[in-house]
Design a binder for this molecule. Structure first.
Ligand SMILES: Nc1ncnc2c1ncn2[C@@H]1O[C@H](COP(=O)(O)OP(=O)(O)O)[C@@H](O)[C@H]1O
Ligand SMILES: [Mg+2]
Length: 503
């Protein structure tokens, strides 16, 4: 693998050199050089304009003949520089959104066009680090040269030779004809996923639920348990406290050791929150282009859509579907189509979707569901019963499962889902003791199998489960029992609920 990888990075620097470069930056880690490089095409003359108006979070400039998406720099009165992006036009004037705080921008300030291909420098040294929305480290670890010298990545990540490359933030999706097919399973270590919704390498799934039902916890479990050398995790629009909880409690040092985290908290400007999603994807693309099987976890795509909504509305777009302007629905496929199988490696992606009021028909949720290859729906009712992970098997689907699971595994999964649906049909009757065993043999079978199925699907936050063990457990749980038990669980449950003795 080493030789293969070495061909694909621009520079493989020895450790000392990289450390020396970092040390020169003093308190600024300078680890990854300048965060975002803006590579302008060579222009015959410098294009510039002047700020004419500032309203809310946007500015207008006159005379700046730059296209939409162009990266610009506003030079303030005191020489301060603010990076910004052109997001629209109003008659002759360009509408500009700054990446940072708009305070300090004044009418009359000069604005320069810098280029329209923003890139981020991605390096294998990013593994184990927490980065800001512009790709700079924000963790306090490895801040001295000595610490950096001692810094060693763990596990499979240690096999990746060091190197770096400038990746376009708005990279293009791969020609579908050059993509590999999704053929091999990616063990996630989560039993409900591996057994009933087996994920293929390069598959993209949504994790849907209202707030507080377990999306972030499930993503962290995947990052810790899944079989992949690197996970890129983007936390977007969360509160600062939640980020810390995620890193320290859910992900833990083991998970962090083979992850790259990109964080844009809810208080950051909309453009930064949006950009964080694109940068995280560019980082995943870098590792995929090395031929690796990468996992991309984005929490949450809804907050990314909200950031785009903020930008779209302030640039004067009309609100279309439930307050979301059309640009949101144009941005989503551009972002989501970049993950998936590559020519060699792959990006298996999980995007969490926050569904307001547990509404299945949320417009962002609908759009995301249409693009991805499956979704896991987390049920508030199950979480309320402390059934974690609260994946509802009857509302979830993995479109690649039939391609990646063995036929007998696939059969067993179909059967488990069938038994769960049969059980649900009579669940109320069972609790009331109003179901008479023997009425429907399928229901009897479901009632019998349910304890084993529930045991399989429940999984503690820190529990790890191998793929083989999970598949074996699934097959066992749905195997018809040799002889119909004379005392079906239902009758026992009904009798207990009625306060009587065991029959
Ligand atoms: N696998 C699990 N085991 C135990 N508790 C869980 C599990 N998943 C989620 N929880 C509980 O649910 C709460 C909310 O989970 P979280 O992942 O923060 O939800 P969301 O990201 O959907 O808002 C957690 O604080 C935890 O108490
Ligand atoms: Mg969350």
């Amino acid at each position: 693998m080493k030789a293969l990888v070495a061909d694909r990075v621009d520079a493989v620097k020895p450790a000392e050199e990289a450390n020396a470069a970092g040390a020169a930056g003093g308190s600024d880690p300078g680890f990854f050089h300048r965060e975002i490089e803006i590579l302008g095409e060579l222009l015959p003359a410098k294009i510039s304009g002047r700020i004419t108006q500032v309203v809310g979070m946007i500015a207008e400039s006159h005379g700046l003949a730059a296209p939409i998406g162009a990266q610009c720099e506003i030079i303030g009165r005191r020489g301060n520089r603010i990076t910004a992006e052109v997001v629209g036009f109003r008659e002759e004037n360009a509408i500009i959104v700054p990446y940072g705080d708009i305070r300090g921008v004044a009418a009359g300030d000069r604005i320069y066009f810098c280029g329209d291909v923003p890139r981020v420098k991605v390096s294998t040294d990013m593994i184990g680090r927490i980065l800001s929305s512009s790709g700079q480290p924000i963790d306090e670890r490895y801040s001295t040269p000595a610490e950096r010298q001692n810094y060693r990545r763990g596990g499979a990540a240690a096999l990746i030779p060091r190197g770096s490359r400038r990746m376009p933030i708005h990279g293009s999706s791969i020609n579908p004809m050059h993509r590999r097919r999704i053929e091999r399973p990616l063990p996630t270590g989560i039993r409900v996923i591996d057994s009933l919704f087996t994920v293929g390498r390069g598959q993209r799934l949504g994790i849907f639920s209202g707030s507080g039902v377990g999306k972030s916890t499930l993503l962290a479990m995947i990052a810790r348990n899944a079989y992949a050398p690197v996970s890129v995790i983007a936390l977007i629009g969360e509160r600062g406290r939640e980020v810390r909880e995620f890193v320290e409690r859910d992900l833990g040092p083991e998970g962090l050791r083979r992850s790259v985290l990109v964080v844009a908290t809810s208080d950051e400007p909309a453009l930064r929150r949006l950009q964080a999603a694109f940068i995280a994807t560019a980082i995943a693309e870098f590792f995929r282009d090395l031929g690796l099987e990468v996992i991309l976890l984005l929490d949450s795509i809804t907050r990314v859509a909200m950031a785009q909504r903020e930008i779209g509305l302030s640039a004067g777009e009309p609100p279309a579907t439930r307050g979301y302007p059309p640009s949101v629905f144009a941005m989503l496929p551009k972002l989501l189509e970049r993950s998936g199988p590559g020519v060699d490696g792959s990006i298996t992606a999980f995007y969490s979707v926050l569904v307001e009021g547990d509404d299945i028909h949320d417009p962002v949720g609908d759009a995301v569901r249409g693009i991805l290859d499956g979704h896991l729906w987390l049920s508030r009712e199950m979480a309320g019963r402390s059934f974690f992970p609260a994946v509802d098997p009857l509302l979830s689907i993995s479109r690649s499962m039939s391609d990646v699971a063995q036929p007998d595994h696939y059969e067993a999964a179909r059967k488990a889902i069938f038994l769960i649906s049969k059980y649900r049909e009579v669940e109320d009757l069972l609790q009331l003791g109003a179901y008479t065993p023997g009425t429907d043999p399928k229901v009897d079978e479901a009632v019998q199998a349910m304890p084993a199925i529930e045991k399989l699907l429940r999984q503690d936050r820190l529990e790890v489960s191998s793929f083989e063990h999970t598949v074996h457990g699934l097959k066992e749980s749905v195997r018809p029992k040799a002889k119909a038990v004379d005392k079906p669980v239902a009758r026992v449950v009904a009798a207990r609920l009625a306060g009587g003795k065991r029959p």
